[in-house]
Structure formats: C-alpha cells, structure tokens
Design a protein around this ligand. Sequence first.
Ligand code: CA
Length: 263
Amino acid sequence: MKEPEETGQAAETASERLAWRCAAASDVGRVREQNEDAYWVDDDRGLFVVADGMGGHAAGEIASSLAVRAAADGLALLPDDPTRTQARDRVRRAIKDANTVILIEGRARPERSGMGTTATVLFVSPDGWFVIGHVGDSRAYLVRNGAVSRITEDHTYVQELVNQGRLSDEEARMHPRSSLLTRALGTTASVPIDIYDGSLRPGDRLLLTSDGLTTMVPEDLIIEILKRPSTPETLVGALIDAANAAGGADNTTAIVVEMSGAD
Ligand code: CA
C-alpha cells in the first residue's frame, strides 16, 4: 500500500467516477473527563482528519484541535480535481504546517509545552483513489470485498517490537505501554510523515479511528463490525459502542467513508 512518490497515472484516468457517504463521531468514553480527540470532515471535497492529542492541563485538546484546524486550512489549498501527486504533496504539507502551528503554540505557552497529537488525513478522489497522510497511532483501515486491511503503521514503541517479531499485534494492543508514541506532531520541527495512496472501487469502505477504539477492542471484532452490511452511521455507532463496552478507557473517534458508483 505504501507506494513510491510517482504512481498511478493510469488509475487516475481509467477509473469510473465514484461518490461516497460518510459518518463521523467522537465519544469521551467511560473514564475520562475530557475528549482530547478531534476530527474534521469536508464531505463535499472528500477530506477527513482524525487527531488524538496528548499533554496535561487540557493541552491535548488544544493540540488536536489546532492540528485539525491547521490541516483543514492547508487542505483548502488543494486544487479542484487534483492529480494524485498534487494530493500527496498537499496532504504532506498540510500535516507539516499543522506540526509547525503546534510547535509554535507549545513554545509560546509554557503550560502547553510538550503537547502533541496524532494526525491521520484522508483525501478521497471521485476519480477512484485515495491519499492518506499519517503521523502517530490513529489508524486507517480499508474494507474491500469482505477483506479488511490496515493501511497505516502505528508510530509506537510496541509497533517497533511487532516489526522486530518480538510481539504479536494482540500482545502489542494489551501492552502497558501500547500508547507510547515514537512520532507525534508538536514534538519536533521535522517530523517524518507517512504518505499512502491506493485505488478505490464502489463498495470499498475506509475507517479512520483513534486508538481509543484500537486499544480497547480486539482487531478481529473491529474487522467483524466493518464487514457488516450497515450504513456508515450504524458502523460508527457500533464501533464506539464496542470501545465503551470494552471499558471506554480512552476517547474514541471513528470516521467511516463508503464508496459507491456515481449516478
Ligand atoms: Ca487516545
């Protein structure tokens, strides 16, 4: 799924036009007082952002909302009908700009120093492809023909152990340091940003979610829910219910986008 910089010119011209339906929600959970997640949806333009903030004294909430706003501002500069390369560049730059905004805010106010956030940005094109930009441990999943794949790789300490073959995915999920990030916005001036792209077909679903879902709920159950023949609204509700049924120890945010053929 992770592809080199110049890809997919054929796919940009050959695909049928697609439409989509989406639903999004964020829930504080069963334990926390505040919701440090933030999300943003521009349904018309096919733009979706999830951010999960961290930092004391409400700084996490500020970091995630700054990230979402800065990313939205940056994505507003995306040209109409962008090429895949333009979309990749713009998504990357929007996340980079969000990083800068949070760094500046953290430096300007000592009580907010050390705040940070994840950011997962999705652009879907009616030409039948997507671009995702990603930093942190919020995740993107793709559902196609009843098969569910995780698109993004978590930037966490436990993911590094998984990559070294020292933990399974399920052991990583249950690990006491499962949320320890190795990359986040707002922590360094030059954060590496993962960019993914791929094709989309009618019937495909994409999920963006914060780790409040993926640390509370076994991936098998997330996959089972994502394959249900339900509307995006119902799926988002079922995912948040599953996180809360498992204890709701963290805030949970979910965005589901379902592709269809354009009329
Ligand atoms: Ca979280």
